[in-house]
Design a protein around this ligand. Structure first.
Ligand code: UD1
Ligand code: CA
Length: 452
């Protein structure tokens, strides 16, 4: 059995932000959410987040996560002091405690599983994740004997010049046998350079402590400032892109593309430069997205093309051509084989199969049938200044260029709307609607007007 504790009480001064550090976003999710996700597959029996600085804000941001517990550390006197706050909450608990920092968001679940398995297999009192860093500055240094048993952990600030040469560092991720730790915690002392209670001091007092090296040291990168946040984003992006390229997705100029780790892509999808895929987006086989597009929380069927467009919270069926310069603003469903073209904005609108909205249109709150042609510049006037109203357009209907459809309004099947009409009344099936002034031509006009 394992209980997880996440250290998230620190200020994060170096972020220079009004937002608590652990709430900063990394590819769509906050740092602490990512840490929580990494432990989820271990099925922890409890998850305790230690909060302090801007505790209310941190709690509010995570209140939707079920069964998360918050423990307050009202003054931050070090990592050991933070874990001391767990004592009343874990009284009588006899399993393991996994401790993670809220600002280490790139840890892989396999790494944590390996740490925990090693801990149990060797019946350690504590097992500690370590790494060999090219630049270990700022980290606590780990000193082990030849059996990988930890002898000493010395914080960077407390190191002698010789100790500082050691590149093996404490990642800040630990597995403890809680009973052993609970006995040591009350006796920690703050006799160090920072006058803090160090969790690392407890580590060396609990009994047998083993070090486990992380395979890829990038996983343990801690976020202390915006530069490290950007570095973490790069690492995350590299992971995501490698995964999709291996799975059969073509990325053209990968460095100019960003893909959230929540996105799903099928083989033979092609992502062109300057394209950004976000949230719960799914793109099916053979689709070609970009250049220059943003797709967010949307489902795109097979063989869809999207060119220089923005698609949000929408569903696009197979074989559609979207763009250039289309904005699907949300709650849009585009049927199979549609063309939605240049400078077209759709909002809360459904298009039937093989319908075209090819040029310069706005359709809002509109239901459109199949094989409809929405003429260039057709606009739905869906808002009367107070309420939004729906427009319904039947199958095979054609609107002329520059039509205005004043909602609420229904056009039946096979309706033709004359160009330039402002349509305010419903039209039955198989009808022609002309709603504009008749053209007047006055011959000899220039000569007459000159007489005034
Ligand atoms: C800590 C470790 C160091 C390790 C490094 C890895 C100690 C003494 N040192 O150092 O060996 O190499 O992490 O990143 O543990 N926090 C609280 N309450 C506090 C103090 C800190 O919740 O009173 C939280 C912070 O918000 C942060 C985490 O604990 O999430 C680590 O604290 P930080 O001060 O950043 O420790 P480091 O100096 O980085
Ligand atoms: Ca840190």
């Amino acid at each position: 059995m394992v209980v997880v504790a996440i250290l998230a009480a620190g200020r994060g001064t170096r972020m220079k932000s009004h937002l608590p550090k652990v709430l900063h976003s990394l590819g769509g999710r906050s740092l602490v959410e990512r840490v929580l996700e990494s432990v989820e597959p271990l099925s922890p029996s409890r998850r305790l987040v230690i909060v302090g600085y801007q505790a209310e804000e941190v709690k509010a941001a995570m209140e939707s996560i079920p069964s998360l517990e918050f423990v307050e550390q009202s003054v931050q006197q070090g990592t050991g002091h933070a874990i001391q706050q767990l004592l009343p909450h874990l009284e009588g608990y006899t399993g393991d405690l996994l401790v993670l920092n809220g600002d280490v968001p790139l840890l892989r679940t396999q790494t944590l599983q390996h740490l925990w398995q090693t801990h149990q297999a060797n019946q350690n009192a504590a097992t500690i994740l370590t790494a060999h860093l090219p630049n270990p500055k700022g980290y606590g240094r780990i000193f082990c004997n030849s059996e990988n048993i930890v002898q000493q952990i010395v914080e960077d600030k407390d190191c002698t010049a010789a100790q500082r040469q050691n590149r093996r560092i404490n990642a800040g991720v630990y597995c403890f046998r809680w009973q052993n730790l609970a006995q040591v915690l009350p006796h920690l002392k703050a006799d160090n350079a920072q006058r803090e209670y160090y969790l690392t001091d407890a580590v060396t007092q609990v009994g047998k402590v083993m070090a486990v090296d992380v395979e890829d040291y990038q996983e343990i990168l801690g976020i202390n400032d915006r530069l490290q946040l950007a570095t973490a984003y790069e690492i995350l992006q590299r992971r995501v892109k490698e995964k999709w390229m291996v799975a059969g997705v073509t990325l053209i100029d990968p460095n100019s593309i960003t893909i959230d780790d929540t996105v799903e892509l099928q083989p033979d999808v092609i992502i062109e430069p300057q394209t950004h895929l976000r949230g719960n987006t799914v793109i099916q086989a053979g689709s070609r997205i970009g250049p220059g597009s943003l797709i967010e929380n949307s489902q795109l069927g097979e063989n869809v093309t999207v060119l220089y467009s923005v698609v949000k919270n929408s569903i696009v069926q197979a074989g559609c051509q979207i763009g250039p310069y289309t904005h699907l603003r949300g709650h849009v469903q585009v049927g199979a084989g549609c063309r939605v073209g240049n400078f077209v904005e759709l909002k809360n609108t459904q298009l039937g199969d093989r319908t075209n909205v090819a040029h310069l249109s706005y359709l809002g709150d509109t239901t459109v049938g199949t094989k409809v042609n929405i003429g260039a510049g057709t606009i739905t006037a869906n808002y009367d200044g107070v309420k939004k109203h729906r427009t319904k357009i039947g199958d095979r209907t054609k609107t002329g260029a520059n039509s205005v459809l004043v909602a609420p309004i229904t056009l039946g099947d096979d309706v033709y709307v004359a160009a330039g009409s402002t349509v305010t009344e419903d039209a039955p099936n198989d009808s022609l609607v002309i709603a504009r002034a008749r053209q007047v031509v006055k011959p000899g006009w220039r000569k007459k007007s000159a007489e005034f």
